[in-house]
Design a protein around this ligand. Structure first.
Ligand code: PMP
Ligand code: GLN
Length: 386
């Protein structure tokens, strides 16, 4: 019964591996979600909005003004960007921002360039829009782009280039020079840049997040997407946003109102307050995740994996070939039984044969878990050593 364009997308790897982990009692490092709650003030604020302040009916169409103002203030505070709150659209998570944007901008005959592997909603949403995905591979170990491959992907059909930095699933953080080059090509082909920056506050070591909209001459063709889920450890809340020039945000808004209409009324003002939390909160994200990354990476190395150290996100990609496994899909399905830990294969985030081949052995582990859970996972992984 399912329409043909959705037939390749009947399930998601996150659903499948989370189910496998639940069934086997494995520690679930597959689907990326934290096992601790976000800031207490955020949780209390949302609860009070429901039970005391009666914010339980539809919020205003483009989002609660306080949140749109807070997103603009956040963009100024962290990146020096000048965003008009009227040009911020609140969405049901970044996922809806991506969907509304692509459905609002692309149709049959258009091409969407996306780096692969990529977050699984991209390919499904491009398929829904009727446009064609043009994948450009990121190659291990550095997960950078080959400039010739990048340039060759652009054509007069290119409508959107979809960027994600810090990058899920590889943990790569695109350099300023790389982003400038993508911007140059987008301008030369008059393409819109849609940039998914949900891991904006999760960079390690000397890596710095550069929002595409801050690069010279790009703000007027860039839609910037982020959400509260990662930054505030509330992945189930699904409060996201997109901002950019009015005519581009308008395209997303037109679609968004018929995808979900408007939601998250009690959550939006609480997220607005959380965005204004002090620098210590934001510094704490990096410090905590750096420690967790190192903890799990050490466990993976001790178990015999090659670790492709991430510079951002809360994911680490590991290569199991030193352990005698060369197929990440096969390994991900066996891992709970072999050692009581679940992970996701990287190749399922690729649409092209070249991408699948290049990432075939790799598996991704999430480290947004309590330290004791990561220590336990590391102990379990040690069982893999021959
Ligand atoms: N983009 C990327 C790269 C992600 O990893 C995620 C989280 N799964 C999303 C978008 C979706 O974010 P949200 O949960 O806010 O819809
Ligand atoms: N973004 C999370 C991940 O990549 C989860 C996404 C989801 O469950 N759809 O693991």
């Amino acid at each position: 019964m399912l329409v043909e364009r959705m037939r390749p997308f009947t399930s998601t790897i996150f659903t499948e591996i989370s189910r496998l982990a639940a069934r086997t009692g494995a520690i679930n490092l597959g689907q990326g979600f934290p096992d601790t709650d976000g800031p207490a003030s955020l949780l209390a604020g949302a609860a009070a909005n429901i039970t005391e302040h009666g914010l339980n009916q539809y919020p205003p169409g483009p989002g609660v003004p306080a949140l749109r103002e807070a997103v603009a203030a956040h963009q100024r505070r962290f990146y020096g960007l000048d965003v008009d709150p009227d040009d911020v659209l609140v969405t049901t998570g970044a996922t809806e921002a991506i969907a509304a944007t692509l459905l609002g901008l692309c149709g049959p005959g258009d091409e969407v360039i996306a780096f692969e592997p990529n977050y699984d909603s991209y390919a499904a949403t491009v398929a829904l829009s009727g446009a064609t995905l043009r994948p450009v591979p990121l190659r291990a170990p550095g997960f950078d782009v080959d400039d010739d491959e990048l340039a060759a992907a652009f054509s007069e059909r290119t409508r959107v280039v979809l960027v994600n930095t810090p990058h899920n699933p590889t943990g790569a953080v695109f350099s300023r020079d790389r982003l400038i080059r993508i911007g140059e090509l987008a301008r030369a082909h008059d393409a819109v840049i849609v940039t998914d920056e949900v891991y904006e506050h999760m960079t390690f070591d000397d890596a710095r997040h550069v929002p595409m909209a801050t690069l010279p001459g790009l703000a007027d063709r860039t839609l910037t997407i982020s959400s509260a889920g990662k930054t505030f450890s509330v992945t189930g809340w699904k409060v996201g946003w997109v901002h950019g020039p009015p005519e581009l945000v308008g395209a997303a808004r037109a679609v968004k109102q018929f995808l979900t209409f408007h939601g998250g009324a009690p959550l939006q003002p609480a997220v607005a307050e959380a965005l204004a939390l002090g620098d210590d909160f934001y510094a704490g994200i990096t410090a905590d995740l750096t420690r967790k990354r190192d903890l799990l990476s050490a466990g993976l190395r001790a178990a015999g994996f090659d670790v492709l150290t991430p510079r951002g996100t809360y994911f680490v990609v590991a290569d199991p070939r030193p352990l005698g496994h060369d197929d990440g899909v096969e390994l991900a399905w066996k891992l709970p039984e072999l050692c009581g830990v679940a992970a996701v294969p990287v190749s399922v985030f690729c649409a092209s044969e070249a991408g699948v081949a290049a990432t075939r052995p790799l598996v991704r582990f999430a480290f947004c878990k309590r330290d004791e859970v990561l220590v336990e996972a590391a102990e379990r992984l040690a069982a893999l050593r021959p």
